[in-house]
Design a protein around this ligand. Structure first.
Ligand SMILES: O=C(O)CCC(=O)C(=O)O
Ligand SMILES: [Fe+2]
Length: 296
């Protein structure tokens, strides 16, 4: 059975709801072609310099090229694309902040075999997050067309809450899509890159997001050096992690806000009361403090 495709003007909440039900969503024709042309031109020297994978999971005929925010200015609008950020924030709305988790162009070259099916959240040391606790939300932008014979990503829909034996028996389908379309998939759904039996390269821009309290897969503070980071917009920097991932996480020195610290300022990081809006437990904690202060 084929996978469901949405139109580019779909409401981000609808994308998120499909993602929650089935573990994936494909939205067609989202990216501007000229932006993708520029991104490709910026990335190609770095792709050429990237080594093939270290094992069959990375892919011995697959090149992975990261640090895209620093290397490729044209990736920045994709990282902050309103449809993506809207869907990601909706999907991960149980946390105070979401953050950029990794940026990587995945070039699956001719001769590559299918990647082992997996769930991306295993990257968190195989921690057993509950079936309802989503920790990440991924995108794969098609930089080339994605076809069944060039390695389009396999998705096994609806496998997120299943144990591995049941999930492995589900019939999958490949995320065939045209250049400029974007595949969303979450951290619990079984998926993997397809085999490339074609004569051409399949390139996808994998941009993933995670809840603000976990360690990022790609170290954004080193992948993008401070002298480049200082040239970026505040919104992008906050997404990269220059904010508090939760009330106590990510300050610098004497509780300085990380974005202020990057820019040479001294503004204080936010207090628990200021970051608690999204989090019921945190709100209750703040109410208790307020009660105590009222009583004192
Ligand atoms: O390249 C793809 O289609 C998927 C890659 C993937 O799932 C991964 O490397 O975690
Ligand atoms: Fe994956």
């Amino acid at each position: 059975m084929g996978l469901h495709h949405f139109a580019a003007d779909t409401d981000p909440a609808e994308v998120s709801e499909h993602l929650r039900r089935f573990g994936y969503a494909i939205v067609d024709d989202v990216a501007d072609m000229e932006l993708l042309d520029r991104l490709e031109a910026e990335a190609l020297p770095h792709i050429d310099a990237s080594a093939a994978g270290r094992d069959t999971y990375d892919g011995r005929f697959t090149r992975r090229t990261g640090a895209l925010v620093a290397r490729c200015p044209s990736v920045r609008p994709l990282v902050m694309h309103p449809l993506v950020v809207g869907a990601v924030r909706h999907f991960l709305s149980h946390v105070t902040e979401v953050q950029l988790h990794l940026t990587q162009i995945i070039s699956v070259e001719p001769g590559e075999t299918a990647q082992k099916l997996h769930r991306d959240e295993m990257a968190f040391d195989f921690f057993p997050f509950g079936p309802d606790y989503h920790v990440q939300c991924n995108t794969m932008w098609a930089l080339t067309d994605f076809t069944c014979d060039n390695g389009a990503t396999w998705i096994l829909p609806g496998t997120s809450g299943m144990d591995d034996a049941a999930a492995g028996a589900v019939a999958g389908a490949q995320a065939e899509m045209g250049r400029g379309s974007v595949l969303f998939y979450e951290g619990k759904v079984l998926h993997g890159a397809g085999a490339n039996t074609s004569g051409g390269v399949r390139r996808g821009v994998n941009i993933t997001y995670a809840v603000g309290w976990v360690r990022q897969e790609e170290n954004q503070y080193l992948a993008c050096p401070p002298e480049i980071a200082r040239t970026l917009d505040d919104d992008l920097l906050r997404m990269m992690g220059y904010t508090q991932g939760a009330f106590a996480l990510g300050y610098v020195g004497d509780q300085t806000d990380p974005l202020a610290a990057l820019r040479g300022g001294t503004a204080k990081a936010r207090t628990i009361g200021a970051v608690a809006e999204n989090n019921t437990d945190a709100r209750r904690f703040v109410a208790d403090i307020d009660d105590l202060e009222g009583a004192g």
